[in-house]
Design a protein around this ligand. Structure first.
Ligand code: PEP
Length: 256
């Protein structure tokens, strides 16, 4: 059956790029997008730069159709939270999406699913689409716990009020992030099918089948086509390969 969900190709720049490189990268992508004008490519393109670059990247991609997102947000709308940024602030800068629960937040900052859920709900309240990340560690996979861990994280992190339009899920096996090791298409599809089944249970048939579920973990121009061809893989959350315009663009072209 042909996929009806529109692909989302999202670049997570993490803590990379100063202004010059960020501007050059965003402009290079905007030029490529401009060439597709009138053809409506089958993917949405999203970049999630560090906070410091958001206004500059917003300016560089203006009018190109490229979406802007944050890499994290605080669960509160405002207040005494030194060093944090709220979803409302991201929306104010023109963001449409925000990543929550990335494994680097879960491991470096001790974020657990209940906190991720409240962040996702803050994103919804601000009119942003949260990209809710889940994924097992290598030890969990080796211990045969992959499906249980992803089920638990999904159930614990899914925001109340989630719909297919306002929420995206990203399956990112921790052992594949930044390591050059990628899940095989079959490994990815197995977890994506589980996520799909859980979404159907939580949101009902129609909504559950319409939610976009991204794969993340060393996706690159060489492996993107096969991963994106899996029935429940609706795009990618891409780290390293999103820092080179040509690579990121080639990944997006793999949706065609
Ligand atoms: C990520 O940071 O979400 C990610 C998938 O990184 P990489 O593509 O570098 O593995």
């Amino acid at each position: 059956m042909a996929k009806t969900r529109r692909f989302l190709i999202a670049g997570n720049w993490k803590m990379n790029c100063l202004r010059k490189d960020g501007r050059a990268l965003a402009s290079a992508l905007a030029r490529r997008m401009a060439k597709t004008k009138g053809t409506r490519p089958p993917f949405d393109l999203l970049v999630c730069p560090p906070y410091t670059l958001l206004p500059l990247v917003a300016e560089a991609v203006k009018g190109s159709g490229i979406r802007l997102g944050g890499q994290d947000c605080h669960m509160a709308e405002k207040g005494a939270h030194t060093g944090d940024v709220s979803a409302t602030m991201l929306a104010d800068l023109g963001c449409k999406y925000v990543i929550v629960g990335h494994s680097e937040r879960r491991s470096n900052h001790g974020e657990k699913s209940d906190l991720v859920k409240t962040k996702a709900e803050a994103a919804l309240a601000a009119g942003l689409i949260p990209i809710v990340c889940i994924g097992e560690t290598e030890a969990e996979r080796d211990g045969g716990k992959t499906l249980a861990v992803n089920r638990r994280q999904l159930k614990g992190s899914l925001p109340d009020g989630a719909t297919a339009k306002n929420t995206v899920i990203a399956y990112e096996p921790v052992w594949a992030i930044g390591t050059g090791r990628t899940a095989t298409p079959a490994q990815a599809q197995e977890v994506h099918a589980l996520v799909r089944a859980e979404l159907v249970k939580a949101l009902g048939e129609a909504e559950g089948h319409a939610v976009r579920v991204l794969y993340g973990g060393s996706m690159n121009p060489k492996n993107a086509k096969e991963l994106l061809a899996q029935p429940d893989v609706d795009g990618g959350l891409i780290g390293g390969a999103s820092l080179k315009a040509e690579d990121f663009w080639t990944v997006a072209q793999s949706c065609l």
